[in-house]
Design a protein around this ligand. Structure first.
Ligand SMILES: [Zn+2]
Length: 509
């Protein structure tokens, strides 16, 4: 079973047009005073509205499907007017501070404990979504440092981090002088910052500029070797998608031995952040790092491009699940493996074993079969038992996407599978044009075949047993259950129909 958890982030819609009417929020973040604490000062550029009484810290963040309550890490929250007089502040809830006269605010100051070294009783913040300051690096996922005034979520933001002058900086955020710029709070949250003693490498895939920054405490990993390990994957992604929907992309890697807590990766619109155990870089480990990168990079399709309105207008106050988690995570996990197989990066035998047989075994052996993909989504923010089931989105979710691919190929006579449907969705939807949370299943049915509605009902909305044997047989594959586990192999003799569908299934149409 995979120990690491893979996360994905969603997008920040460009809000520059609206942001022009809102004052800039200038953040000064001092990381030199104490190794475990961020000292934050926020100065709005102009007077705030009287209604901006609440300063909000994030309860969650896009793509994490996790309650985080960042207000837990705040201390010494204070507000001042322009004469330096303190304004009355009342804590309303774990994530909300109320300021008595918001129109008089000249600045607020507070301290934020880093999440890596601050124990909490429940809802631990995944490392790749967290923050860390040490002598040789700082990892800043901005929602762990910053909040926003009610009504000013779309204000443009500028951030200055007082760190060490010789540190390298990796981020997808644009910079002006020594300040990071974001078009809104959402944009900032979408753009982690990694600073410190980092190695760097870059390349170009088609027209997309790819940059890699790596912090490796023991020096076992560097950006050049990570890039070398990923280049076939990046080429295979390009083949699968025909063209990449981003013009630039930044991989931020953080390796440290002995990490405690959930490691993995978090995906964003123009970057992804990886916090991984620093082990010996064996071929096997490098492969697993590349597999994670393949998954994260594919998120540029969904939820970055294709998502419902729940993701598009993100609610940082109350975590709100989207029923289309099956696509954001399940389809992404399926595609990130399938594109490696179809691109010739992964051998057929390995694909059948790792992406199908092992996932079936894990789904059946380690997770509750009564939890539908819809329930995984509904319960994702609830912690406890729900968080134990959540990881099945990478197993059952991927398997259901694979079955959907086979069903679509069957119904179209081998003309169009799930990849072709995703390419159609990229054309039809995108940033600023979300799919409908409510009608998307019907819309997909209308785009494909009436039978697909029944597929969604049975295997996404309900938790019916997955018809692996039946569906794999359609493409000439045989599933065997034995004492040593499950295996999937090619049938020795295939019918003409099976051979035709296998051909269609095994390559990019
Ligand atoms: Zn993901």
């Amino acid at each position: 079973m995979r120990k690491i958890i893979i996360l994905c982030g969603a997008l920040a819609v460009s809000t520059l047009a609206m942001a022009q009417d809102l004052p800039e929020m200038s953040y000064e973040i001092d990381i030199t005073q104490n190794l475990d604490t961020f000292f934050v000062t926020l100065s709005p550029a102009t007077t705030l509205d009287k209604s901006a009484r609440i300063y909000q810290f994030a309860a969650t963040a896009p793509g994490t499907y996790q309650t985080m309550n960042l207000g837990r890490f705040v201390s010494l929250f204070r507000a001042f007017d322009k004469k330096g007089r303190e304004l009355l502040v009342t804590r309303k809830s774990v994530n909300q501070f109320e300021i008595s006269k918001p129109h008089k605010i000249a600045k607020i100051t507070y301290q934020m404990a880093e999440t890596f070294d601050t124990p909490v009783e429940d809802f631990p913040v995944y490392l790749m979504c967290g923050s860390s300051i040490e002598e040789d690096h700082a990892l800043i996922n901005t929602h762990t440092i910053m909040g926003y005034f009610e009504g000013y979520q779309k204000s443009p933001i500028s951030i200055s981090v007082t760190g060490k002058d010789d540190w390298k900086i990796g981020t997808a955020l644009p910079m002006e002088g020594n300040r990071f710029l974001a078009s809104s709070f959402d944009h900032a949250v979408d753009s982690p910052i990694l600073m410190g003693e980092l190695s760097f490498a870059d390349t170009t895939i088609a027209d997309t500029q790819v940059e890699i920054y790596t912090y490796s405490q023991q020096g076992k990993f560097d950006s050049k070797s990570l890039l070398a390990g990923m280049s076939d994957m990046l080429d295979a992604t390009l083949q699968f998608l025909v063209e990449l929907p981003v013009d630039r992309y930044t991989f931020l890697y953080f390796f440290e031995p002995g990490l405690t807590g959930a490691t993995g990766a978090w995906e964003h619109s123009y970057s992804s952040e990886y916090v991984l155990e620093e082990k010996d870089p064996t071929a096997e480990y490098m492969q697993s790092v590349t597999d994670i990168a393949s998954h994260e990079f594919f998120h540029i399709v969904t939820p970055l491009n294709i998502h419902s309105e729940i993701v598009e207008s993100f609610n940082f106050v109350s975590p709100t699940p989207s029923v289309h988690l099956w696509m954001y995570e399940g389809v992404t996990e399926w595609a990130s493996n399938m594109l490696l197989y179809r691109g010739g990066v992964v051998e057929e035998e390995d694909y059948l074993q790792n992406a199908i047989a092992t996932k079936i075994l894990v789904d059946e052996k380690y997770f509750d079969p009564t939890w539908s993909l819809k329930k995984l989504s509904d319960e994702s923010f609830n912690g406890g038992a729900a968080s134990k089931q959540y990881a099945n989105i990478y197993f059952r979710g991927s398997l259901v996407a694979g079955l959907l691919d086979i069903r679509l190929l069957e119904l179209s006579g081998g003309q169009a599978g799930l990849r072709e449907l995703m390419l159609k969705l990229i054309d039809q939807y995108g940033k600023g044009k979300p799919v409908s949370e409510k009608t998307f299943f019907d819309d997909l049915t209308a785009m494909t075949y009436p039978e697909i509605r029944d597929f969604f009902d049975q295997y996404i909305l309900a938790a019916n047993p997955l018809p692996h044997e039946e569906y794999l047989a359609k493409i000439g594959l045989e599933l065997t259950r034995g004492e040593s586990g499950i295996s999937v192999t090619k049938m020795k003799e295939m019918s003409e129909d099976q051979r035709k569908l296998f051909e269609a299934w095994s390559k990019n149409l």
